[in-house]
Design a protein around this ligand. Structure first.
Ligand SMILES: Nc1ncnc2c1ncn2[C@@H]1O[C@H](COP(=O)(O)OP(=O)(O)OP(=O)(O)O)[C@@H](O)[C@H]1O
Ligand SMILES: Nc1ccn([C@@H]2O[C@H](COP(=O)(O)O)[C@@H](O)[C@H]2O)c(=O)n1
Length: 230
């Protein structure tokens, strides 16, 4: 007899929110716990940004970015225990996390041709996830997967997010980290095409006072409730 996890219908979970709210940590853990695939859409935007920088495309020139948007081949591995990201066959998991890429990704991701290309890729990955998928980003619930079974919007105070990030960056200045987070949020929320936004039907979870374990438990419970109601 097949296990319950095997026979459960595929479930699509969209997790959005500003930087440092815990989207990646939560999404990976929820997907691993429930036997689902996992997609880090921020890594895809970072990957195309890395390619633009490496190929000396001026990120302040939207026309140049648009003209090059279809060139790199971006491949995402969706195992939540070992998510991967390759550009033209090169493993870029490390290079996409540099300060240079982080400071330029909002400009690249605001270009409509980039969003169209990456959104198509995201939809095709989600459609081929047999057991379902947790997809995290900024516009998953609003634009990429508007019919997702469950939409979550994570928030946390800027202070909590900066403290988490500077802990991760081993002693980085908390105020500078906070300013950088807020600057990226403002750019992502303010762009014309598919900005960072909460979908009307998303469940908002403020993680400021919650441990990561509590957030994961909360989301797992919400997924199980959705599944039980189907
Ligand atoms: N509820 C929480 N309590 C404490 N630390 C947390 C919590 N959630 C996440 N963290 C920590 O905060 C840091 C940022 O989390 P994570 O990378 O998951 O955020 P994110 O929303 O995906 O950020 P970004 O959008 O910038 O990629 C990580 O070090 C993570 O372990
Ligand atoms: N759905 C998404 C996801 C991400 N972005 C852009 O990528 C940047 C990096 O995202 P991280 O989650 O890795 O921090 C982010 O600041 C956005 O500019 C996006 O536009 N849409």
């Amino acid at each position: 007899m097949e296990s319950a996890a095997r026979t459960a219908p595929a479930v699509i979970v969209a997790i959005d929110g500003p930087s440092g709210t815990g989207k990646s940590s939560t999404s990976k853990a929820v997907a691993a716990q429930l036997g689902l695939s996992y997609l880090d859409t921020g890594a895809q935007y970072r990957a195309i940004t890395w390619w633009m920088v490496t190929n000396e495309i001026d990120v302040d020139d939207p026309a140049a970015i648009a003209a090059a948007a279809s060139k790199p081949e971006i491949v995402s591995g969706t195992d939540p225990l070992d998510p991967t990201i390759h550009v033209d066959g090169t493993d870029v998991a490390g290079p996409i996390r540099t300060q240079e890429v982080t400071s330029k990704v909002s400009a690249v991701s605001a270009v409509p041709e980039v969003r169209t290309r990456i959104t198509e890729l995201q939809r095709s990955i989600a459609a081929s996830a047999e057991r379902g998928i947790v997809v995290e980003g900024r516009d998953i619930g609003t634009t990429v997967l508007p019919d997702a079974d469950l939409k979550i919007f994570l928030t946390a105070s800027p202070e909590a997010r900066a403290a988490r990030r500077s802990g991760e960056l081993k002693g980085a200045d908390v105020n500078a980290t906070r300013e950088a987070l807020l600057k990226r949020d403002a750019a992502d929320s303010g762009r014309k095409t598919s900005p960072l936004a909460k979908a009307d039907d998303a469940v908002e979870v403020d993680t400021t006072e919650l441990t990561l374990t509590q957030v994961i438990e909360c989301v797992v419970t919400l997924v199980e409730e959705k599944r039980a109601a189907r």
